[in-house]
Design a protein around this ligand. Structure first.
Ligand code: GLN
Length: 279
């Protein structure tokens, strides 16, 4: 079988299985099996697939048809130009979340007094590692309630930072020592209704990374209250929320004495990141 034929087979199987982006998924999975880029894959159409690669590709297609996301099958996801290891222990980093990293870097560059940053609910460590990698002089730490997520963070910190990332297992800020100039977080913020939709589909990502309480905002509310004690005066809190939550997050921050509150848009132009200063 040629590479072109294998790709076409994978594509039609995914299409029949009503996978949302069948061609893209087949291309990414086949490139991964062959260990080549998409561009080289397209240039290699006439070449023959060996049996081992054909079997591995079919295995990947079967996993995808069983609802496993491409990133969990490949065990990796690009985020902020870096390659992160991911598996079922962590939420897959979303392109949307690059907005909070970019916003943090903008504020850090304009505010030389910001020297320490804590990433709360870090998961795979994507935000903390992207920040440390981009601004190595910062003192960056991370925490998560899930010990399993921290195993993945350690893998990523080892691969991408040679382990330079102090981290804590902690229920929100409870076991995180010290105070910070900035706290960033992509906390769980899906509502019960959002979760019902995902459960119906058999969604494989950890519930603890997604579920933010009945209305989606319980974790965020608690987090804002706890962060007031862990931020220095004038310190920044930056939060990612759902598309319809930015206004509510702003109100919560105002009610807990944050000032200079700004809402930032994600790549799709939706209000997604809220920043405030402890006053
Ligand atoms: N953005 C994720 C989603 O839509 C939710 C992530 C989160 O709750 N932090 O699935």
């Amino acid at each position: 079988m040629t590479i072109r034929e294998a790709l076409n087979n994978g594509f039609s199987l995914l299409q029949q299985g009503e996978i949302e982006t069948p061609f893209l998924d087949a291309v990414v999975l086949l490139s991964d099996v062959l260990g080549i880029s998409k561009e080289i894959l397209f240039a290699s159409y006439p070449e023959t697939m060996n049996e081992e690669n054909t079997a591995r590709f079919l295995d990947h297609i079967t996993s995808r048809l069983n609802g496993i996301p491409v990133s969990y099958i490949r065990k990796k996801k690009e985020f902020f130009g870096l390659e992160f290891y991911v598996d079922r222990r962590v939420l897959v980093p979303r392109p949307d979340t690059e907005t909070i990293v970019e916003t943090a870097i903008g504020l850090i560059d304009r505010t030389p007094s910001v020297q320490s940053v804590h990433d709360l609910c870090t998961g795979s460590g994507c935000i903390a590692i992207a920040l440390k990698k981009t601004r190595p002089a910062l003192y960056v730490t991370a925490s998560d309630i899930s010990g399993e997520a921290l195993q993945v963070l350690r893998l990523n910190a080892g691969n991408l930072l040679r382990n330079e990332l102090p981290h804590y297992q902690s229920d929100l800020m409870k076991s995180v020592p010290g105070t910070f100039d900035m706290i960033v977080s992509n906390p769980p913020y899906l509502s019960e209704a959002d979760m019902d939709v995902l459960k119906e589909k058999g969604w494989p990502e950890p519930e603890s990374a997604l579920y933010g309480g009945k209305n989606g905002l319980s974790v965020i509310e608690k987090l804002i209250a706890e962060c007031t004690d862990s931020l220095r005066n004038d310190g920044y809190l930056l939060l990612e929320g759902g598309c319809d939550q930015a206004g509510k997050i702003k109100k919560l921050m105002e009610s807990m004495s944050f000032s200079d509150i700004i809402i930032y848009k994600d790549l799709a132009g939706r209000d997604r990141v809220v920043s405030g200063r402890k006053s």
